[in-house]
Ligand binder design. Structure first.
Ligand code: GLC
Length: 755
């Protein structure tokens, strides 16, 4: 429909009809047995209001959504279609590795392909908008939603934000309205800086740090065509984000020129009453609409108060018109006025979803996201597994099919390939014998803070044969069986980690260790067999000190999704070389949180060679550095990186390339492998403090045994620019140190000066 037609439509609509385009209600107002992704909505709508509503969420499936849409279009006075939105964060039915694991792939192209696949599946399922990508920069492993982020680095987050939005838009530029889905980036803004790592708390972030770290990825996504922005639950510097004028009007709308739809998070408008900045829902509705929040997600503040606010003259109807027009334009951009069903196809949903091609793509993503943290033993390394070995796979994850994160709402356990299933398939081809014994439940009842987690884990127990919460008698028997199997094996693959409901929304932890029953299993196995490979699952960085102490090899699997078992066995057997690199720092222990590699220097940094540090910035009870740094990941082969060479060491300002940094990467081993080569830059002296290192480029380079390739990185003035004390984004003359290496700890560097 032409925009002029939209203006005519807006003029024909009553105030109530316009307001209800700004209302989003839970999917269960339309469909039974849908799982809410937020707090209970203590209200309901009349049938007439239901048909006026502009959008709903968390319902999917072509058959149901076509029927809902048919009813809404028929019964709406202007036959305006409803928008279907959902949290398709890392896959619709084919669930690929969670975003923090996608960060570990350092592979923009594969990330884009995964999102295009998700867009195809969710379109067939009738979904129009996905609440993704989540672009919150995160440095605190205590915060459960770290799993939804691509990590702690602004540049990695920006590149993957672009790849994700482009993937979801899949072909939109070629054939507008017919291809991808709309993306709603979240949570604006700085939600990942949650105080004490606890969800829904306050964040205090200086404008300088906001602009230098936290805001960049949202801007990158908007510049790449993101259609919507979601406000975050947290307060930011004294004001809830949802009512934060500086953030919404000054930054998002004025500075960035974003004219898309701004939606609140679930109930966040109403929560401004809890924050104490509004005395009631009416005041909250006023504050939100005045700050340009177009859609009220599930608080019903707009539905119950906006009409009266306009009629009483407290809110200008023009604000309602402005928001309503943004919603109508989004529906128009998606082609809904011409085709309200937009590709929802129950038959195709059955055939195309979870296809062999989609599974293969997800499987490849698993192999690229796995991070090999340890593989000791010189020539006797335990990995890759060898032919003719007797293996024991123990731990609850040896056979669990709960391999996707808590944010896989349309994903199904029964679709997941467990390690056991993959190992049984691979055994004959790879020539090994395998035994399986869970050995322990996921966790203990007392580890769970809330009933919902317990019921979720109980579901695992009753819903499948892995005992999630093994009562003591059963626990001892389970443990004994696993220890016996381990004693008979050449190598033991211990598959342990957090349960999927121990990370994600509302799942902050003060302890980063793996639940005690599983650690007891690891220690018990160690007593009978030292040849231990531990595969760790989790939605966050974990405290792996003991795991590393008891294991000769450690691989971090994150929450790998539908093809988890296949991908993990592909790497364990050496069919694929591990190439993942940490997208987030792995702390030594929870006491270091929050921690990141791109921190500022201090006046008393701990020099590398100090034996007895006092009066310097270090802990007296633990090391100061992490267990494993950002960007770290081993391969089955060994790479050498030559010294850094610069094409010029004295660069003059130019709009193009200032200088090029080069290093040669050589495969010193006998197996092919892929290295994630990373470029870091440090601004040695500047008008404000600057990070000790900043990621400014990365390349995945595959090498045959003995092969050498040159990694070349162009360095531009923009890469050196930063937000200075006057809030100007500019590069300053002076000395810069350029690093090229295989993780953020690299000291391999050269210097140049910018005139
Ligand atoms: C939740 C989450 C948000 C999600 C929304 C809709 O509370 O904070 O990420 O998109 O509600 O499910």
């Amino acid at each position: 429909m032409k925009n002029e037609k939209l203006k005519e439509l807006l003029q024909e609509m009553t105030l109530k009809e316009k307001i209800f385009q700004l209302v989003q209600i839970p999917g269960r107002f339309f469909l039974e047995n849908t799982e809410d992704t937020g707090t209970a909505v203590e209200d309901s709508l009349t049938p007439e209001e239901l048909h006026l509503t502009g959008c709903t969420l968390s319902v999917y499936g072509a058959k149901d959504l076509r029927s809902i849409q048919e009813d809404c279009v028929k019964n709406h006075p202007h036959h305006i279609p409803i928008l279907f939105m959902a949290d398709i964060i890392h896959g619709y039915r084919t669930i690929y590795p969670m975003p923090l694991a996608q960060g570990a792939m350092f592979d923009d192209d594969l990330t884009e392909k995964l999102c295009a696949m998700a867009a195809e599946e969710m379109r067939l399922g009738g979904v129009h908008v996905t609440f993704a990508p989540m672009l919150d920069l995160v440095r605190d492993a205590r915060w459960g939603r770290i799993m939804e982020s691509t990590g702690e680095d602004p540049m990695l987050n920006c590149r993957l934000a672009k790849a994700t939005v482009k993937g979801f838009r899949a072909g939109e530029d070629e054939e507008p309205g017919k291809q991808g889905v709309a993306s709603c980036i979240k949570h604006f803004a700085a939600y990942g800086a949650a105080e004490a790592g606890r969800d829904y708390t306050n964040t205090e972030v200086s404008e300088h740090t906001l602009r230098e770290y936290y805001l960049k990825s949202y801007k990158a996504a908007i510049d790449s065509g993101a259609d919507m922005v979601m406000t975050s639950f947290n307060t930011l510097n004294g004001m809830p984000a949802t009512g934060n004028r500086w953030l919404m009007k000054q930054v998002l709308r004025k500075e960035w020129g974003f004219d898309g739809v701004l939606i609140s998070d679930w109930g966040a408008i109403g929560e401004m009453v809890n924050h104490g900045v509004c005395k009631d829902l009416r005041e909250a509705a006023k504050l939100a609409i005045e700050n340009g929040v177009d859609i009220d997600m599930c608080s019903l503040a707009y539905a119950r108060n906006l009409e009266d606010l306009v009629l009483s003259g407290e809110v200008d109807e023009a604000l309602v018109d402005e928001s309503c027009m943004r919603v109508l334009k989004l529906k128009n951009k998606l082609g809904l006025f011409e085709d309200p069903y937009r590709g929802a196809d129950a038959a195709a949903e059955e055939t195309n979803i979870l296809s062999a091609e989609h599974r293969a793509l997800a499987r490849r993503a698993v192999t690229e996201s796995l991070v090999l943290l340890k593989n000791d033993g010189g020539k006797e390394k335990l990995l890759p597994l060898g032919k003719g070995e007797k293996l024991a796979f123990v731990g609850p994850y040896a056979q669990s099919r709960e391999l996707h994160s808590m944010w896989a709402i349309a994903g199904r356990e029964e679709d997941c390939i467990s390690i056991r299933a993959a190992a049984e398939e691979a055994a004959s081809e790879e020539g090994f014998a395998a035994e399986f014994a869970p050995g322990a439940g996921m966790t203990r009842r007392e580890d769970l803070a809330t009933d919902s987690q317990e019921s979720a884990i109980e579901k695992v127990r009753h819903g499948s044969y892995e005992p999630a919460l093994a009562p003591d008698a059963e626990a001892e028997k389970l443990l004994a069986e696993a220890v016996k199997a381990a004693g008979r094996a050449d190598k033991v693959i211990v598959c342990i980690g957090e349960h999927r409901r121990m990370s994600g929304e509302g799942a902050s932890r003060t302890d980063l260790t793996i639940p005690e029953p599983q650690m007891k299993l690891l220690e018990s196995v160690y007593a009978v067999n030292k040849n231990i490979v531990t595969v760790v699952f989790g939605g966050r960085p974990l405290d792996l000190r003991k795991v590393c102490m008891y294991s000769k090899a450690v691989m971090f699997a994150w929450m790998p999704g539908t093809e988890g078992g296949h991908g993990i066995l592909d790497v364990l057997t050496g069919k694929c070389d591990p190439s993942g690199a940490l997208s987030v720092t792995m702390p030594y222990c929870v006491g270091q949180a929050p921690i990141c590699y791109n921190h500022y220097s201090t006046g008393r940094a701990k020099p590398y060679d100090t034996e007895y540090p006092i009066f310097i910035s270090a802990y007296i009870d633990t090391p100061t550095g992490p267990l494993f740094p950002f960007g770290y990941g081993l391969s089955y082969t060994e790479f050498a990186v030559s010294e850094v060479k610069l094409t010029t060491e004295s660069a003059v300002r130019a709009c193009g390339t200032l200088t090029k940094a080069e290093a040669c990467i050589t495969n010193k081993g006998e197996r092919e492998g892929t290295a994630v080569v990373q470029l870091y830059i440090r601004d040695d002296v500047s008008s404000t403090i600057r990070p000790v290192k900043e990621l400014k480029g990365y390349q995945r380079i595959s090498l045959a045994p003995g092969e050498t390739k040159k990694a070349v990185f162009e360095i531009t003035e923009e890469m050196l620019a930063f937000v200075n004390a006057n809030n100007e984004f500019a590069a300053e003359a002076g000395s810069f140190t350029v690093y090229i290496g295989l993780d953020s700890d690299t000291q391999n560097s050269a210097k140049f000066t910018l005139e």
